[in-house]
Design a protein around this ligand. Sequence first.
Ligand SMILES: NC(=O)c1ccc[n+]([C@@H]2O[C@H](COP(=O)([O-])OP(=O)(O)OC[C@H]3O[C@@H](n4cnc5c(N)ncnc54)[C@H](OP(=O)(O)O)[C@@H]3O)[C@@H](O)[C@H]2O)c1
Length: 283
Amino acid sequence: MILTGRSRLAGVLGWPVGHSRSPRLHNHWLERYGIDGAYVPLPVRPESFASAVTALANLSFLGANVTVPHKEAALRVCDEVTSSARRIGAVNTLFFHDERILGDNTDAYGFIQNLFEGCPKWKATSGPAVILGAGGAARALCVALMDAGAPEILIANRTRTRAEKLADSLSQDSGGERLRIVEWGHWSDMLSGANLLVNATSLGMSGQPPLDIDLSALPGTALVNDIVYAPLETDLLLRARERGNWVVDGLGMLLHQAVPGFTGWFERTPEVDEELRHFVLEG
Ligand SMILES: NC(=O)c1ccc[n+]([C@@H]2O[C@H](COP(=O)([O-])OP(=O)(O)OC[C@H]3O[C@@H](n4cnc5c(N)ncnc54)[C@H](OP(=O)(O)O)[C@@H]3O)[C@@H](O)[C@H]2O)c1
């Protein structure tokens, strides 16, 4: 990497931020396309978040990604937010432009692009989607599936009240009437007829127990996605693959969610391909 006086700058704000794969990902793209720029980790304590964003804008950064624990705080520092960010209630991408701060949330985009790319024959409109989990990620998935035209979106969460809060807060939005809460553990009720099953809980992650779900009622035509990507093939994906379902892993969501930020900052739409998947996994 050669930096000049004209290098364009972006980065990722988090606390901590050392685990983030975004610097590796964005700098790989910068190198691949020969762009004079850099993407840097920006560890910032929660109490300093707003002042750090102002400082970055003053330093002529083009923008930044935002990760845990700042995503909700990022919503409040923006002059303008996209419809996705407003509905998801969190911002993961900032653009500094003409002394204004624009906030977007690209998780919904990353999620749906990953499914479209990983399984081109699958259509969101063909039947109900089942989402397991009701945390921040599940919220982005609901928005993505509402926008993609899923006829029904069933949400099951260990803590039912959290799923109810999620559905309530999206109920007024276009497609919100298609959200329905189902009881965690009532696997056959929720899975029979499903066109998509997604794990948006932290179960199945390295160091966590696997997702203990009975898949016997799931139609053979359903797509199964796990947004957990470490490990890449979770127990859920392994079992779904063995019974003949289409499966898509979670890495593509991480890669695709980075595309709108890079495109906006560096004026080049980056490609998500096998070489990138390997490079990011090796890191
Ligand atoms: N691929 C990607 O780009 C991407 C993007 C974002 C997130 N993720 C992954 O998605 C997962 C969820 O992220 P998040 O931000 O939504 O986290 P979060 O807000 O902390 O939510 C965690 C979810 O997991 C559930 N859960 C945790 N332990 C459980 C258990 N023992 N049994 C049943 N449910 C359990 C929680 O249920 P309760 O409400 O009952 O606690 C909640 O629904 C994480 O693994 C994260 O790494 C991946």
